[in-house]
Design a protein around this ligand. Structure first.
Ligand code: PMV
Length: 314
């Protein structure tokens, strides 16, 4: 095979980010913003036409390394804002893993792709959970370590003594508005900050436990289609994440501006900037509220397909 193209969606987290790194439950949903990749065999590695030093592209480097380091020319185009908590790097890893599998004639199983992309994420950001890569590979909604979430068991992943059981779940029709602060924040240092706080402080590790509890209750509310209860728990989760130190003034302003018109709102993803999400049945008013605080809102579409790839000879 000479060429391949692939795409994979970004995601937002309804509940459980950061705590999921330590094996607590979480629920994330793929969104209608995708990362697109075209790859073809070449004499050297190129990204968007430019000869590239793979030290500066660790996701590409890691996944190429798992595919015999076959040199490829890669074209990338993404509709997912980077460094914004919407799983852009996970979608890149998932899409590139799928493209390389097509190129090398390897199995296209979503499980293998999710696992390879998770390893790439850990290689690049240090510690993490397989939440983003699982949501991106599978599409739809995924719940981790939530035995009562219903849905279908997808795969189990173990790393550094932590185990995650991942299921695909149905997300009832609910309206979520994402608000981007426009401020980029890398995931790795935020995860590391929470780890240090949690390891050195009993109070912080209790907060991580509490996020796990709130998430389990939220998953019950999601299954029951109870937007009021789910929203209340999202707002509570935002407060817990703020105590862990991963919110920001911009995120708090946008969350607070949304709340009078929403069932609940919280930061989503690693935080420190990036995005928040509100659950509402008044999306236009929430979008205005987010814009009035300097944010960039959009209504998200859920129920989207996971990774897709096909052979494309060039
Ligand atoms: O900000 P994102 O899209 O990289 O999401 C990070 C989610 C965390 O729970 C903070 C880390 C992880 O790997 O689960």
């Amino acid at each position: 095979m000479n060429g391949a193209s692939a795409s994979a969606p970004g995601k937002f987290v309804i509940l459980g980010e950061h705590a999921v790194v330590y094996g607590k439950p979480a629920v994330a949903v793929a969104i209608n913003r995708r990362f697109y990749i075209r790859a073809r065999r070449n004499d050297d590695f190129r990204i968007n036409g430019e000869s590239t030093d793979l030290r500066f592209n660790p996701h590409i480097r890691y996944i190429a390394g798992r595919n015999d380091m076959i040199p490829v020319s890669v074209h990338m185009d993404s509709k997912i804002p980077t460094g914004s908590g919407l799983g852009s790097s996970a979608a890149l890893s998932v899409a590139f893993s799928a493209a390389m599998r097509v190129l090398c004639g390897r199995s296209m199983g979503r499980e293998e792709i999710a696992k390879e992309a998770f390893e790439a994420e850990c290689y690049c950001q240090g510690r993490g959970s397989p939440m983003d890569t699982s949501a991106s590979a599978n599409g739809g909604g995924v719940a981790l370590n939530a035995p009562d979430a219903g849905g279908s068991h997808l795969w189990d992943i173990d790393r550094d003594g932590v185990s995650w059981s991942v299921s695909g779940i149905d997300v009832p029709p609910m309206t979520f508005v994402i608000g981007c602060t426009g401020i980029k924040a890398a995931t790795g240092p935020l995860v590391e900050r929470v780890r240090k706080y949690k390891d050195g402080n009993r109070f912080a590790s209790d907060i991580v436990e509490e996020i796990g509890q709130v998430t389990l209750e939220g998953i019950d509310a999601l299954r029951a289609g109870d937007a009021e209860c789910l929203g209340r728990l999202m707002t509570k989760d935002h407060k817990l994440l703020s105590i862990l130190g991963v919110s920001s003034n911009e995120l708090n302003k946008m969350v607070n501006a949304s709340l009078p018109h929403a069932y609940g709102a919280k930061l989503t993803g690693a935080g420190g900037g990036g995005c928040m999400v509100a659950l509402t049945d008044q999306p236009d008013i929430v979008c205005e509220a987010i814009s009035s605080r300097g944010g960039f809102p959009f209504v998200v579409k859920t129920g989207v397909e996971g990774v897709k790839a096909s052979a494309k000879n060039e």
